[in-house]
Design a protein around this ligand. Structure first.
Ligand code: ATP
Length: 203
């Protein structure tokens, strides 16, 4: 891939909403969250390694990862979190890059929630677009969507890069602090830019 966009943003910033709009314009979106999910679904290619590393009790009856149990473990055990990530991250990356190579949209967007935190992803993409909104807005959206308390959402946010770090890493910023309708013109403008750059880098 000569040219690939990395799309990121904090939890609940609007990455999926934005990704859907780029896809509707003809971009190929590769969603690393979806890939992570499928790797740990029944028959997922990460499951043998997870069972070998953590034990059969971390798979449920259907053969998917027991998410609740794993969440509980890695929440209190940084070493276990690192071991899980060592299994998942390279597999997510390989599957995402393969999907990107196979894609036939006008250009490829990798949606990566923790892109700014990942040196490998930052190296792999040509350009970073950050979906931005004020932290209070982010908090309110995630509390409403996931039925979480303020403290729970703040704990997740504390484990991610800050709003400032994501803005500093960005080549392009999409402001999603307002209404969803405010996204379309911003995305249309960036789509034209990405089309132009991808044509240039193909020659
Ligand atoms: P996550 O990191 O949790 O996967 P995300 O960054 O992909 O989240 P979305 O799922 O797109 O974010 O949006 C989070 C929630 O906020 C969703 O319920 C979505 O419908 C809502 N939302 C997104 N943008 C707006 C907006 N501009 N105004 C109001 N609600 C919005």
């Amino acid at each position: 891939l000569n040219f690939a966009i990395g799309l990121t943003g904090g939890i609940g910033s609007g990455k999926s909403t934005v990704a859907d709009q780029f896809a509707a314009l003809g971009a190929s979106v590769v969603d690393t969250d979806q890939i992570a999910h499928s790797l740990t679904a029944p028959g997922g290619s990460a499951m043998p390694a997870i069972v070998a590393e953590f034990g059969a009790e971390f798979a449920d009856a259907g053969g998917a990862m027991d998410r609740a149990r794993m969440r509980q473990l890695v929440f209190s055990d940084a070493g276990a979190k690192a071991r899980l990530e060592a299994i998942l991250h390279p597999r997510i990356r390989d599957a995402a890059l393969a999907a990107g190579e196979a894609a036939n949209g006008s250009y490829v967007i990798f949606a990566v929630p923790l892109l700014v935190e990942s040196g490998t992803w930052r190296q792999r993409v040509s350009r970073i677009v950050t979906v931005d909104c004020p932290e209070e807005v982010q908090l309110a959206r995630v509390m409403a969507r996931n039925n979480l308390t303020k403290e729970q959402v703040l704990a997740i946010m504390a484990n991610q890069a800050s709003r400032q770090q994501r803005l500093e890493a960005a080549d392009d910023v999409i402001d999603n602090g307002g209404e969803v309708a405010a996204l379309a013109p911003q995305i249309a403008r960036l789509h034209e830019l990405y089309l132009a750059i991808s044509k240039r880098s193909a020659t």
